[in-house]
Design a protein around this ligand. Structure first.
Ligand SMILES: Nc1ncnc2c1ncn2[C@@H]1O[C@H](COP(=O)(O)OP(=O)(O)OP(=O)(O)O)[C@@H](O)[C@H]1O
Ligand SMILES: [Mg+2]
Length: 486
């Protein structure tokens, strides 16, 4: 009686785009049927219609159940949109709306002569609620506290990151149109639009999560979405020490560095923990200081009382009204800040950032995208050059050398763990070259069979260039923290 919702042949359901899970992978056919079957082609087969193992059978059953629920959901969603008073939704409480949805679906299901067990009915009602009020299939992932990133590669592949590891989730969209509808819901809520002529967009979700999307035809195999979930309780220094991101000695050193107003750059690759580190470092800033933060998407959560947050803005649909990070930064300099924190320096704002660091706003911090401290300096040089400033390289370098005191390198290792792999001080110029000294580093010692990386943090034996400054400010670090373990 479900023929209306069932695909004629379940094997044809989006086979080319859907990943074949290990459990559903073709299993060796039983000997009897193998004998009767026509010769098999060499290429890998679709899942056998009669799965050989109980696990495969269960997976197949679950897949069918999901497909059936998805079909029902589409049908019921249409009915809901027809029956619900959309204008009244805004004022309805969650409980009322859920009850309403349950009523309408139950009526519709009996009209369609569809019987569902309690569990399926509850799943369906929740998914419909998410579809109407939230972001559809993304909703459970957004609610799941263990998920830190959601990466959508077209409608049938949604990856999630948990504990530093990326895995394929079992969440799917009905099709590209469904995915586009959800994207549209997100971007229209922030007054933006994506279409063929504006194929990508950055936005912030209502819960503060960072969102980016790119739609076809620029995204070739279906829309691409990435969401960096907003963590309500950002990891603090103590958490990072506990997770092994750095040691207590390094934390003590960083405390001295932030408190004595060194200018710090957190460098690292994408998703390596730069923003988290910057946020944790900001906890060492004194409560009496006036801090201004500038970001493309406001992620930092400073604990101080006197904090002014700014967020840059892209141009609107007519290409007007853009407010760049540089605009914010220039304005910030007139707002009497003690410190300025720029979420990520990636363009022309580098000039103003360096100037701010050089002219009385010491103790400023930012992040850059680079693989090590040297690389970080080159990135800064390139950004200055790209901003169209005609200055000899030596002059640019001496600007950088006098502006930046410390580069903290964050890294996401192959096993998914995030560590502060190096803390490097900038000590000045030697001829045309910026001189640096590494104080702490992470040493890799090997890999466990499970893939977990074995390593340790170590001091390099070099005493901080800023030891005297630390001492004068009352941060008398014991010399032992600079001594390496051999
Ligand atoms: N040491 C750590 N241990 C565990 N999780 C961490 C650690 N550092 C960061 N994370 C988590 O990793 C994710 C990425 O961190 P974060 O946003 O700080 O990276 P990022 O380098 O700023 O990324 P992007 O380049 O996208 O801006 C976050 O979910 C964060 O909570
Ligand atoms: Mg970041």
């Amino acid at each position: 009686m479900f023929s209306r919702f069932k695909k004629p042949d379940s094997n044809d359901a989006r086979p080319s785009l859907r990943p074949v899970t290990a459990a559903a992978a073709p299993a060796a056919a039983p000997a009897a049927s193998a004998a009767a079957a026509p010769p098999k082609p060499m290429l890998a087969q679709r899942p056998a219609s009669v799965p050989a193992t109980p696990e495969a059978a269960a997976a197949e059953k679950e897949k069918k159940r999901k497909e059936r629920l998805m079909e029902l959901k589409v049908e019921l969603h249409k009915k809901l949109l027809e029956s619900l008073n959309l204008a009244a939704l805004e004022h309805a409480t969650e409980a009322n709306l859920k009850a309403e949805i349950a009523d309408i679906t139950s009526e519709a299901l009996s009209e369609m002569s569809v019987a569902l067990n309690k569990e399926d009915r509850a799943t369906l009602n929740q998914e419909l609620y998410d579809e109407v009020m939230g972001l559809g299939p993304l909703e459970p992932l957004l609610k799941d506290e263990t998920v830190s990133d959601i990466l959508v590669n077209g409608p049938y592949r949604v990856f999630v990151e948990r504990g530093g590891k990326l895995t394929l989730s079992d969440v799917t969209f009905k099709d590209e149109r469904h995915l586009l509808r959800i994207i549209d819901k997100i971007v229209s809520a922030v007054g933006r639009r994506v279409d063929e002529s504006n194929p990508y967009c950055d936005a912030r979700l209502a819960d503060g999560s960072r969102f980016n999307c790119m739609v076809p035809p620029v995204a070739v195999d279906g829309s691409l979405v990435s969401i960096r979930k907003f963590k309500k309780d950002k990891l603090g220094i103590a958490d990072l020490v506990r997770f092994g991101a750095f040691t207590e000695e390094m934390a003590a050193y960083l405390q001295a560095a932030v408190s004595t107003r060194l200018n710090i750059i957190v460098s690292g690759g994408t998703g390596s923990g730069k923003t988290t580190t910057l946020n944790a470092l900001s906890s060492f800033i004194d409560n009496t200081e006036r801090v201004l933060t500038i970001e493309d998407t406001a992620e930092l959560q400073l604990q101080q009382v006197h904090v002014g947050r700014m967020e840059s803005r892209p141009p609107n649909v007519e290409g007007k009204g853009a407010v760049t990070q540089r605009d914010c930064l220039r304005n910030a300099l007139r707002m009497r800040p003690d410190r300025i924190i720029v979420g990520e320096t990636r363009g022309e704002e580098v000039i103003d950032m360096l100037q701010a660091m050089n002219t009385g706003h010491d103790g400023s911090m930012t992040t850059i995208h680079a693989n090590n401290a040297r690389d970080g300096i080159s990135r800064l040089e390139n950004m200055v050059a790209m901003a169209g400033i005609e200055m000899p390289l030596k002059a640019v370098r001496s600007q950088i050398a006098s502006a930046v005191n410390l580069i903290v390198q964050a890294s996401r290792l192959q096993d998914g763990s995030r560590r502060m792999v190096s803390i490097t001080e900038i000590t000045g110029m030697e001829g045309e070259v910026i001189s640096m000294q590494e104080i702490f580093r992470y040493e890799r010692l090997g890999v466990e069979p499970s893939g977990k990386i074995i390593g340790r943090f170590n001091a390099t034996g070099v005493r901080s260039h800023y030891s005297e400054r630390f001492r004068q400010w009352g941060y008398d670090l014991p010399p032992s923290i600079y001594e390496p373990i051999v």
